[in-house]
Ligand binder design. Sequence first.
Ligand SMILES: [Fe+2]
Length: 271
Amino acid sequence: MASLFSVTLDCLLEKDLNEKVRKLSALQQAWTEDQLSLQPTDTIIRIPDPGRPDKPALVPPRQLPKRRLGTRAGHGALMHAIAHIEFNAVNLALDAVYRFQDMPRDYYFEWLGVACEEAYHFQIVREHLNSLGYEYGDFPAHNGLWLTTYETDHDPLVRMAMVPRTLEARGLDVTPGMIHKLRAIGDKRGVEILKILLRDEIGHVAVGTRWFRYLCAQRGLNPFETFQRIVDEYFHGNLAGPFNYEARREAGFSEEEIAWLKQIEAETLNP
Ligand SMILES: [Fe+2]
């Protein structure tokens, strides 16, 4: 019987877009039909560069094109940035499965589910990008999501705190504003897509929260203090609002964490 971890690694390293989607759905099918074991791999490799197509070119964030939505190129650049996030999100979820090989079965079930939803997101965003006359790879992109994934590959606790609960949670904060902008330029399909993304991302952040709390309990750690400590140590930017409290509550942020974010938001508004 093939091991879930080696099949997942193969999918994670796949560079071709269509082939990756195909491998992922085969993986999901094999998993749901109980054809994969939880046999650990001999080694767990570090992955500085996961499987992705040669394009988009990766550049520092400040070299990204400005997204003036009033122009077709600006509209395309925004959809491209979202496509890039969704593509990366597939790799993030696969890496969470492959790398941490001594978690309960439900952990793999949930992260494989996330990988499949992210692949679906990528496809609907890519189709919409195509309808605007562009393809994934036509604009440059940045590699921040993967860099943090790579930096947190030593510990699932740190990974859950940083990737779903910090970086992906940021998506919950900024998506309503993007929906507003797309509505303003009459992009009905874009609005529809972002609403799907927002709804599903709440679930993905919730998966991160669930396993973050599980690992805290296992190690006898206070989840609130641990989350603060990890964000402090690993987050490169400044945590800044405004935050989407409603979505974050739904994604499992505690009232203590919400109060902390409110304090940060107040400090950013009145430094
Ligand atoms: Fe997504």
